[in-house]
Design a protein around this ligand. Sequence first.
Ligand code: ADP
Length: 471
Amino acid sequence: MNKYLKTTLGRKLLAFYLAMFAITFYLISTFGHQYISDRVYSESADNLRSVGITLLGTHINQQRYTKTTILSFQDQLKMAAEAAECRILIICNDGDIIIDTTGKKTGYNVYLGEASFLHDEYVKNTTLNGLLETESIVISLPMEQNAYLNGYLVMTQSASYVKNRVTYYSNILTTFYYLIMAIVGFVFLLIYIFNVRPLRKLRNGAKDFSINHENPPILIKSNDEYGELARTLNVIGEELSKFDDYQRKFISNISHDFRSPLTNIQGYVQAMKDGIIPVDNQKKYLDIILYETERLTKLTSNLIDVNNYDRDNILLDPENFDIHEAIRKTCDSLEGTADRKQIKLETLFCQQEPLLVFADHAKILQVLHNLIDNAIKFSNPDSAVCISTRTKGEKVFISVKDSGIGIPKDDLGLIWDRFYKTDLSRGKDKLGSGLGLSISKEIINAHRQTINVVSTVGVGSEFVFTLSRAQ
Ligand code: ADP
């Protein structure tokens, strides 16, 4: 897709903000200002009306004014007009303007022009047909309750005065609007900085991840979800870059482990065929060939296991069984191997009675076999391997402890990897493929249990794994 047409979160945010700005600006500048104008006009009219009603109620209607005596009220009306910033007219029924607080139209007869405004309570933006110099709002109140003088009290206020107030409030509204939009814009900017930028970094970083190449880490140091995601992706990136390395090592390990027994077998069979090995000596070499084929068989079955377990779900077939019985059975099967090295297999069970666990019987036998077999392999002759059990709550702990060569500290985390063998152990064991512990760990993990090791070089090792008790 064209780079410039591609929508990004940043652009979406900007578009959203601009659209919001445009829509609210339109609403404010039409409905908002109209609303203010309506409110200010009706407020001004209400003010004029209330001044008029007060004048009628407290003065004009209380006194028995006539056309002439009302002139004594003129000064008070002028003061009232000044205070209310308006112009006050008193117009008789015959149309004569008796009082005009500005003095400009006193004596003028409104019936000379258009005088229908006298009957309209409120007229907006009018010059009353030229009677007023500027456009104004006009309130007309009849003086009906006055016994001697009937007419109208007319109050006018210049429209420009009202418009100035409309502009004043509109400016306040606009200023507030810009202020709020600036705050909203700032919030959008923060959203962009704290969300879109790290997301973009994650996307760019992860996009460049590839198998076999150095994957540079995504640098997000924050402790929030983005930081966590970056750290997870960095781990994946690291694994990916090691992937080829891992595959190459895997193949070279397998080829190496297959080649040496095959070379031996080929060599001895060829020698026998060529008659180099005398018939009397052949049994010894046939034994070696048998030993090498055993090695190949064991390696192949381990590889099949690893391959099966690799498809992440080990299919377990759990059942209740006695773990003590399983340990005894494994010890019996390894007794011959242990005897050859004068190693004693001791058991120390937490109870005499059977200890029932809920697990895959065959697979746990395989784990026990791997651990006890290792313990024998890496023990010094004339020593003991102790297999013990203990319980804690719903868990059973099974320990396989030897006093053998031990595992160097740096190797403790690596022995669970496929094909890993410590340098220390190579002299003691040539048959092992380095797959046993990784298979055991996968089996225990599949049971959602744990397996750990404590070891000291020259002192010995103890492997402990857990199982859940039968309910
Ligand atoms: P292997 O078939 O080679 O024994 P494992 O996966 O069972 O493979 O073990 C991996 C490596 O861990 C061994 O080669 C050895 O170096 C080390 N190891 C395992 N068990 C012990 C032990 N009891 N004592 C010392 N080293 C051990």
